[in-house]
Design a protein around this ligand. Structure first.
Ligand SMILES: [Zn+2]
Length: 254
């Protein structure tokens, strides 16, 4: 076995809330590529162009689509089926998704909801890890209690979930942000979880992608970890933001 440095292209998105994504991968990537965004940071992280994903380079540059939750508007199975049908069409990519606080279907009908996604070739992570191309992913849907939504809990409860994230995780997919990072609501409150913050500071993944706080789409980097809020919708639930392209350098065994 030898080590080989390679790149994996991640397409990051979150919080479409039941609104349709473009029906083809080409359109989704064009949406990301051609529309300038006021937040330059995330798109400048990459060095490969998205078109490489769609051409011959695709076989050498694997692509993984990651959705950080709030797939649905109110958590219905009908909405989830539409999402799965929509996302299942992106054949060239692996697809990893987690639930958000709107996605009640995963708590009310867990088996059926998981099956809807797996039948469409979509990987669902709920307090679970998966490894692809040597990259260790972990997905966690929980956010601090706010009203009566899915996958919420007190900080005490959340701490148990957060401290279950394995050491060595490369890409942490969470629905919510950590406290103090891209988590400022329009009311001026920091809505992120404190235990989440402690865990990422301790584990130091390469990337933590999340959504949840629609007002703070963007990128920050702290102590070697990239934090990306990839919300597609704004506070008014309008689809105004673009998916984020992120190139992750990895060492594969072959
Ligand atoms: Zn949302």
């Amino acid at each position: 076995m030898k080590d080989k440095e390679t790149e994996v292209l991640l397409l990051l998105l979150s919080d479409n809330h039941g609104q349709s994504l473009p029906p083809t991968l080409e359109e989704l990537i064009l949406m990301s590529h051609t529309h300038p965004t006021p937040l330059e940071g995330p798109q400048q992280l990459g060095t490969l162009t998205p078109t490489q994903l769609l051409t011959g380079a695709a076989s050498e540059t694997p692509g993984i689509l990651i959705h950080a939750g709030d797939l649905t508007r109110w958590g219905s199975r009908k909405n989830l089926r539409e999402f799965a049908e929509n996302l299942g069409k992106y054949k060239n990519l692996h697809k990893i998704v987690i639930a958000g606080n709107h996605d009640f279907c995963f708590q009310k009908h867990p088996e059926e909801s998981r099956r809807i996604l797996s039948d469409a070739g979509i990987i669902y992570l709920e307090d679970e890890a998966i490894e692809l191309y040597g990259i260790k992913f972990y997905g966690i849907p929980w956010t601090p209690q706010f009203g009566n939504w899915a996958f919420m809990g007190t900080e005490n409860f959340l701490a148990h979930r957060w401290w279950s994230v394995p050491i060595g995780t490369d890409v942490l997919i969470s629905h919510g942000p950590p406290r103090g990072i891209l988590d400022l609501t329009q009311d001026g409150d920091h809505a992120g979880s404190i235990s989440h913050r402690h865990v990422v500071r301790s584990i130091r993944p390469k990337l933590n992608v999340f959504g949840h706080i629609h007002e703070t789409y963007g990128h920050e980097r702290h102590f070697g970890t990239d934090y990306i809020n990839a919300c597609l919708v704004n506070f008014q639930y309008e689809m105004v933001n673009k998916p984020v392209i992120y190139n992750l350098e990895v060492t594969c065994k072959y």
